[in-house]
Design a binder for this molecule. Structure first.
Ligand code: GLA
Length: 392
């Protein structure tokens, strides 16, 4: 394996000190929001369906000082050293380039929703891998949304902040994502998976003590960069919406598994049929995983995860050779189940493994990647962690 299977990522920098180095003053505080790995429920959130994400220990931290002159200054430890300076009242969708559009979009979305917010000096430092399907964008948005909620005394609930962060990504950044990642970043709890109904945002914290069951959640980052802004994600979403309209339902969530065959017969082409089959069976897999977790059968979810991957590969067609190889190899090396996680087209694979098999499964995937001429994957074990919070 190329990296250790660290439960907690290594922290090298102190955001408050770095803030002082950039802005020559102290921040009002430091807020953090995590990346996430989704256990099951992929491409269901924009179909009003079910998801089951877990927050990672990896976070994006925002050191922030409120300003009352309407100026927003943004700096990132992962950036090129430049400070982006914007006027809050001049923020316009599409007008801010690069990483700065995510935090700028949050401020825009808050104002657009009528919240009385102004400027800030912001220093960002993130250990959430980018482009790895682990929701680095949502972590960035939600760290800043949580900071603004505190600094401007907005009193918004975590779910309300998630919806505003999603709006920032949809309308300001221009990525038509669902609400799962932002809800995971704000609402997840330590030792729990978040069972979320994306139609009405009702949620249940489901205990997920992987270690107590002698298991590990092994995340394998294929290092194939995905880009949700490219047309493929938007195309899948548009296809789902077209199918729902043709079937006369508000969203594909409204097709029950028992009505799936009849629904498929009413659709004109094979592509739409495949999209619908994935979404309807994936919602059912989330319910199945919840039933298994409620019954204390953590090992039992393995085959459901692998079935989810087959559906994403064959029906929804958002996997890629690297994620398929990682899943196939992990399962052959003894993983109880494995699937790609996140939007797809690259990114990460999640494997459920017994503790003693963790190294072996990681090594098998590394060797298979080397043999196939792929870049070396990165691996770590995910420990269900807390959602957005103030650090200090
Ligand atoms: C991305 C999006 C989410 C969701 C997943 C697929 O992570 O941001 O809203 O649609 O893809 O499940």
């Amino acid at each position: 394996m190329t990296t250790a299977t660290d439960a907690a990522p290594h922290r090298r920098r102190v955001p408050a000190e770095d803030f002082r180095a950039v802005y020559a003053t102290a921040p009002d505080g430091v807020w953090a929001a995590p990346g996430r790995v989704n256990l099951i429920g992929e491409h269901t959130d924009y179909n009003d369906g079910f998801v089951l994400p877990v927050a990672l220990p990896h976070t994006t931290r925002a050191a922030v000082r409120r300003r009352d002159d309407g100026v927003l200054r943004l700096h990132s430890a992962q950036g090129d050293g430049a400070v982006t300076e914007l006027r809050v009242d001049a923020l316009t969708p599409g007008a801010v380039p690069g990483w700065a559009r995510y935090p700028a979009g949050v401020v825009w979305a808050l104002r657009d929703a009528g919240h009385p917010v102004g400027g800030a000096d912001v220093h960002i430092d993130s250990e959430v891998p980018t482009g790895a399907g682990l929701s680095s964008s949502a972590a960035l948005e939600c760290a800043l949304a949580t900071a603004y909620d505190d600094l401007y005394a907005l009193g918004l609930a975590p779910a309300a902040l998630a919806v505003l962060a999603q709006r920032a990504e949809n309308a300001f950044v221009g990525v038509p994502c669902g609400v799962m990642d932002q809800m995971a970043a704000t609402c997840c709890a330590e030792g729990r998976a978040l069972f979320l109904d994306t139609r009405d945002l009702t949620q249940r914290q489901v205990p997920l003590d992987v270690a107590a069951a002698g298991l590990r959640l092994l995340v394998l980052d294929t290092r194939v960069k995905h880009d949700l802004a490219d047309g493929a994600y938007a195309g899948r979403r548009a296809g789902c919406e077209r199918a729902a309209a043709l079937l006369g339902v508000p969203a594909l969530r409204d097709i029950a598994p028992a009505g799936l065959d009849a629904a498929l017969r009413r659709l004109p082409d094979g592509e739409l049929r495949s999209l619908v089959r994935h979404v309807v069976t994936e919602d059912a897999r989330v319910q199945q995983v919840i039933a298994l977790l409620d019954a204390g059968d953590l090992r039992g979810i393995g085959p459901v995860l692998t079935a989810g991957h087959a559906s994403l590969r064959d029906d929804f067609r958002v996997s890629c050779p690297e994620t398929d190889l990682a899943v196939r190899t992990a399962v052959a090396a003894g993983a109880l189940g494995a699937r790609m996680t996140g939007g797809g087209f690259g990114g990460s694979v999640l494997a459920l493994v017994t503790e003693g098999d963790t190294e072996r499964v990681g090594r098998a995937v590394s060797e298979a990647f080397a043999a196939a001429g792929h870049r070396a994957p990165r691996a770590f074990t995910a420990v269900p962690s807390a959602g957005a919070r103030r650090l200090g």
